[in-house]
Design a protein around this ligand. Structure first.
Ligand SMILES: [Fe+2]
Ligand SMILES: [Fe+2]
Length: 136
């Protein structure tokens, strides 16, 4: 596994840890009449993101790399619309990062990592779609 791929996968773990916390806190803090469907949605997605963190960490461990425990910035607070906008922005960042991981895994001939991130990318696109439709 190349240093570039390791670095991208560590960024991926940091991203997954951050969004998992961000969405669970949005589940806890979301207020207002429109909040119940949002709160249910972010709770489910938060759990999915923690599973992504686990899957990527396991792949790093397979290569003998200690996965990071440090999340990127977690955005909490604001009204419901601001929360959803922050969540959509986080998904877009994740999608962009995973395209880079897939490209690099391809260059390295690491089919298993590429396959893992293709599956996760598909889930992230679905999350982005869910947040995007809530904003409309
Ligand atoms: Fe994820
Ligand atoms: Fe996601």
């Amino acid at each position: 596994m190349s240093e570039e791929l390791i670095d991208l996968m560590q960024q991926s773990v940091a991203q997954e840890l951050a969004v998992s916390t961000q969405y669970m806190w949005h589940h806890v803090m979301g207020k207002g009449l429109d909040s119940p469907p949002f709160r249910d949605m972010v709770k489910k997605i938060s759990i999915a993101e923690m599973k992504h963190a686990e899957d990527i960490a396991e792949r790093l461990d397979y290569y003998g790399v200690t996965p990071t425990t440090k999340p990127v910035e977690v955005k909490v607070g604001g009204n419901l619309e601001e929360m959803i906008a922050d969540d959509l922005a986080a998904e877009k960042e994740t999608i962009s990062l995973y395209h880079k991981v897939i490209d690099r895994a391809d260059t390295d001939g690491d089919i298993v990592t590429r396959d893992l991130f293709e599956q996760i990318l598909s889930a992230e696109e679905d999350h982005a779609q869910q947040f995007s439709s809530l904003l409309q």
